[in-house]
Design a protein around this ligand. Structure first.
Ligand code: HEM
Ligand code: HEM
Length: 177
C-alpha cells in the first residue's frame, strides 16, 4: 500500500486548512471581540459551527483510519524519530478532539447554544476568561499550534533532507504497490 485512502487524504487537507484558519485567524479574531460587541453573538455562532464541522470530519477520519489499509510506517532513519512521528500523529488527533471538547464545554457552561442559535434572551457574560473550559481551550490551542509546526518540520525533513517523497502518501493516486 503506497498511499492513504482517498477519503482520509481529502479529510486530511480539508481539516488541515480548517484547523489552521481557526487557530490563526478565526479563533484569535473571536477572542479579540468584546462580549459587549453587537457582532459577538454572530461571530460565536460561526466559530462554533466551524469547530463542530471539524469535530465531525475528525470522527469520520478516525473511522476511515481504522477501517482502511495504510502505508507501512514511514522511516525517518532513526527509531526515536519514528516513534516521535507516531506520537505526534496521535497527538494531533487528541489535541483536535481536545479543542472541540473544550469548545463544547465552554459553549455549554456559558449557555452559548441558546444565546447564539436559540431565542434565549440571556446575555453573554462580561467575558469568558474565568471559565475553566475557556482556559483549557486557549492552552490546547497553543499546544496544537506547536504540534502542527513540528508536523510541518517533520514533513520538510522528509521532503528536503531524506528526499523520500513522503508527501505522495498523503495525496491521491494509485494505492497498490
Ligand atoms: C492542522 C494541520 C494538520 C493536521 C491536523 C495534520 C494531521 C495529520 C495526521 C493526524 C497525520 C497521520 C495520518 C493519519 O493517521 O491520519 C498526518 C499525516 C501527514 N501529513 Fe498532516 N496534518 C496537518 C497539516 C499538514 C501539512 C500542512 C502538511 C504538508 C505540507 C502535512 C503533511 C502530511 C503528510 C505528508 C502526512 C503523511 C505522513 C506519513 O505517511 O507518515 N500535514 N497529518
Ligand atoms: C478544532 C476546533 C477549534 C479550534 C482550532 C478553535 C480555535 C480557537 C482559538 C484559537 C480561540 C482563541 C483562543 C485564545 O485566543 O486564547 C478560540 C476561542 C473560542 N472558541 Fe474555539 N476552536 C475550535 C472549536 C470550538 C468549538 C467546537 C466551540 C464551541 C462549540 C468553540 C468555541 C470557542 C469560544 C466560545 C471561544 C472564546 C472566544 C472568546 O474568548 O471571546 N471553539 N477557539
Amino acid at each position: 500500500m503506497k498511499r492513504y485512502h482517498p477519503l482520509l487524504v481529502s479529510i486530511h487537507w480539508i481539516v488541515a486548512l480548517m484547523v489552521l484558519l481557526a487557530l490563526l485567524v478565526g479563533g484569535p479574531a473571536l477572542a479579540e471581540l468584546e462580549n459587549s460587541d453587537p457582532d459577538k453573538i454572530f461571530a460565536l455562532a460561526g466559530h462554533m459551527i466551524w469547530g463542530i464541522v471539524i469535530g465531525t470530519l475528525m470522527i469520520i477520519r478516525l473511522i476511515t483510519r481504522f477501517s482502511t489499509q495504510t502505508p507501512p510506517e514511514a522511516d525517518a532513519g532513526h527509531a526515536m524519530l519514528n516513534f516521535g512521528a507516531k506520537l505526534a500523529h496521535w497527538g494531533l488527533y487528541l489535541l483536535i478532539f481536545g479543542m472541540v471538547g473544550s469548545g463544547l464545554g465552554l459553549a455549554l457552561s456559558a449557555d452559548l447554544f441558546a444565546i447564539s442559535f436559540g431565542s434565549s434572551a440571556a446575555t453573554l457574560p462580561l467575558d469568558f476568561k474565568d471559565l475553566t473550559a475557556r482556559q483549557a481551550h486557549g492552552l490546547i490551542a497553543n499546544l496544537l499550534l506547536l504540534l502542527v509546526a513540528l508536523h510541518l518540520l517533520g514533513w520538510a525533513y522528509h521532503q528536503f533532507i531524506r528526499k523520500d517523497h513522503l508527501f505522495r502518501r498523503m495525496w491521491f493516486g494509485k494505492r497498490a504497490e
